[in-house]
Design a protein around this ligand. Sequence first.
Ligand SMILES: [Zn+2]
Length: 325
Amino acid sequence: MLYPWHQSLWQSWQQLLGQGRLHHAVLLLSAKGSGREVLAKQLAKTVLCQNCDTEPCGVCHSCQLFAAETHPDFHIVKPEQEGKQIGVDAIRQCNRWAVETSQLAGQRVIMIEHADAMGEAGANAILKTLEEPPSGCQFILTAQSLDSLLPTIVSRCNKWRLTTPDEQDVKRWVEKQLMQSIKIEAVRLNNGAPLATMQFVEQGQDIRHGNLIDAFAAFLQPPYIGIYDVAGLCSGEGITSLKWLSYFMVDCIKLQQGVSEYLVHGESLAKVQTVAGLVPPAVLIQQVRKINELHRMLEKQRGLNTDLLLVEWLTGFLGENNSVS
Ligand SMILES: [Zn+2]
């Protein structure tokens, strides 16, 4: 089932499919948590359907195999783990699939999820196939943004950006799904992505986020105790919590500069004000930079002593030059 925010892009694709004009290599760009794989698979299922050109009929042999995830002409390649690269061998496999004949005497679809995780060698290996794919072969690539994609890949694809709804609409949609009211803060912490926001609330991260911000604001007030509480809450939550702290400090910096609109933590303004009043701007700026670095580092190298690194980062608020006054 497609989500409401998929509809307009889907209709554009349907039109092109109906006219037989859909590009052989489609690149779908969208934020994490917007359900783009659902949309990409809907396209794949439609291309493969034996009865209909513009939507999957749901009853043909192809549609049934697709639903059972055993379609012999549908292939997916993605990183083995989030944040990892797609190996060049997996990309070479795509090239082999591309030249195979269809087992159902129809089209073949090759989907590359997180195409931005292709390394340079992988990207180079697929370029020729993307440029001139064998007939009856449809490529669907997905990625979060153009930033991390190699321009050579981008130039060979037909780009489509899935826009997420307005944040008030996201809020209303999540509230309807969960039958509870949520804060706009939850939407903003998840970059406006509806599914990510829903998961955030469902998994109780909204509550743990609140607890972390409380502990952090409390730690920054004399007598500066509770450093291990903050570190413990962060390492219990995982590296996402570093992003939360980063967003919170950016809000404090904005407030110090007189900007009070569009804060992520607009609903926790009192806490933002407290910390903005306690910690000098230069310290906040430096600490944001450091926690973002720490986030990148922990993302790449799992298994580091997160607690220790966080405590070290938190002491940065107490250093002699940084004295929290
Ligand atoms: Zn069908």
